[in-house]
Structure formats: C-alpha cells, structure tokens
Design a protein around this ligand. Sequence first.
Ligand code: BGC
Ligand code: ZN
Length: 373
Amino acid sequence: MMVMDHQQELLQFYWMIKMKALVVKPGSKGVYLKDIDLITENKIKVKTLYNGICGTDREIVNNKLPFVRPENGEYLILGHEALGQVIDAPENSKFKLGDFVAPMVRRPGNCMLCKIGRQDYCIDGNFAEAGIRGKDGFMREYFYEDENFLIPVEKEIGELGALIEPTKNVMKMVEVFQSLKNRIIWDCDDSTLNCKGAWIFGTGSEGVLSSLVFKSIGFNVTIVNRHPLPENVLKILDKNGLKFFDSSSKNWKEALEENPMDLAIDAAGSADIFIQVIDHINYNGIVILFGTSGTGSISDGSFITKIVDKNLSIAGVEDGSKKNYIDAAKFLFEYGSKYSINDIITSRIKPEETWIFNEKPKDEIKTIIDWNL
Ligand code: BGC
Ligand code: ZN
C-alpha cells in the first residue's frame, strides 16, 4: 500500500486552488499581485467578478491603518468590496451554480452582539474583517465562503453589485437615523420628510451613495465639499436633483436658506466640519459621523453648549449587519437605473494595475477591479 504524505492526505478532503491575489504585508507599504496556493475547506466556491477600491484599501497599502493584521503568515489578501459568482456549492446549500453573491466584511467574535448577528456593534473588538484585519479578503480570483456570510444578489444588477458593501454602511446610517428620529415627532405635517434637509459632507463614493439613499427616503439633499467638483460628479448630482455646496467659496447662509440642515452626515472626518455642522444644524437635528480618519482639533467648549441647547443627537456609525447588506442590494437593484448609479463607477481596471492604490484618478468616484478584463 502506498503511504500518502501529509499534503496528499489533506487533498482527499480539501481542494487546492492556484490563483492570483493582491496581497499586502501588514506593517509595511506596498501591494503585490502574487500567485498563491489555497488549500481550504469544501465550502461554497466563488469566482470573483469585481472588487471595489476604497479609502480603506489605500490606507492599508500605505501602512496608515494601525489595526491591519494577516489571517495566516505574513501576508494579507486585500479587498473587502466584492461581487462574485458561485461556481461550486455543496448539496443542500442555499446557493446554486451561477448565483451572484456579495460577501460580508465583518465576521463575529464571541460577544453578545456578535452572537445575534450584530457584529457591527461588537463590544470587545474580537471580530475579524476580510481584507482588513485577521481574515483574507476578496481581491483574488476565487474564494471559499460560508453561506451565512454571502448575500444573494439579482444577476441583473451587474457591476453595481460591487457597490453593495459600501452601500450597506449607508443602510446602517438610515437605521440609526430612524431610531434617533423616533425620540420625538420629527416628520413634516404631511407625514413625509419633504420639508427636511439632509446635508452630506464628502463627495466620494460613500458621500454620493448616502445622498442618493437619503433622497430616496424623502429628504432634500445638499452635498458639500470645500472645492469645486469635476464635471462628471456635478452631472450625477444635477441629474438626480441633489444640490452642491462648495463650502470654500459660497455663503453658508444662502445655502441654508435653500435647504435647511436637519440631518448631517459626515463622511469626511474633519473637526472643523463638525464645528460648522453644530453651528448650522437646526434644533433637534441629527448628526451621523462616518469618516474613520479623523483630523483637526476642537478647542472651544462652547460647541458643547450648542449641542445641548439644540437637543442634538450625534451618532458614530461603522460597518453594518446582514440586513443592511440585503437592503443595500435591494436599493441598488431598484434605483440603479432611476438614479443612473452606474455613473458612480468611474473606472474599471485590471488586477495587475496596482498603481491605482497610490494614485487616485482625478474624476474618481469609484474604481473597480474587473477580473474578466
Ligand atoms: C468597511 C467597514 C469596516 C471599516 C473599518 C470600511 O471600509 O466598509 O465594513 O468596518 O472599513 O475597518
Ligand atoms: Zn470600503
């Protein structure tokens, strides 16, 4: 009888796949397209179609995020925004060959909230995040996944499926907004939100997606940045009736007369924007902070008095639950053509074009990697 070595033995129960993957070495700068062997359990096998690239990926590549850590060894496979297609699934699984799926980023630890599917509210930090901390990500040709962390996606959604992950963050903002709003009667006197203004600070993909989602629930939306916007971004705003306010050149008073600030969403993370928001927001306003790379400082304590005096609610929001991903997929499917959401995808690149992590194209809203290019 032939004696099997350890690897042959393993391969009887596990599959080994050779593939290309974009990897980083936590603790140092750089990103590489590497050939990797993957021996993994026989779960659902997914072929990656698209990955979105966001600020988090660029910060990881430039060694600016302190919490990045590999799953095994010294390399981490990058990528937390993905759309894939099932190419192999065990019998009795919820998915079948050909299904489109979007994987979830954050995986539960052992705390009470992680156990009830709300790892986005984890209380002890013992979670993992694919492509970010403690779990390999999805910028690779294939990945295996537990079906509980895959979101079913309508095939017709196409490349918009790459936006499900960033949109789930917005869906969590909506959830937080709804619960803060419910502390008093906040709606307009015809039961809608059409007398209310939402101001979104930041015009990147998270800012533009937030503007569209909050418009869809009835707000008048103003999107803000402190510099003029490229033509393609202005076009999307125009097409969808979103007002743009260039805070470096225009007069706040005028812009606030046009659209009052009842809800503020900050995707930029700068202290001076926060101070401006507290100054300009209406009584009973709601402030949602989302940007994770906070900058600047707040030295004047009088803004605390304003927060109290105006009865403001301020919430930090990070990540999202499975329900938020499902709502995101639904939103993109339903509003994709009405809001021309495809225009948010401003470039499609090949996996080997790693310069993209160091150079942001001038008109970029969202760049995606297309594994079929
Ligand atoms: C992801 C979140 C994640 C956060 C911090 C964001 O880019 O969308 O899911 O929790 O980064 O790691
Ligand atoms: Zn992201």
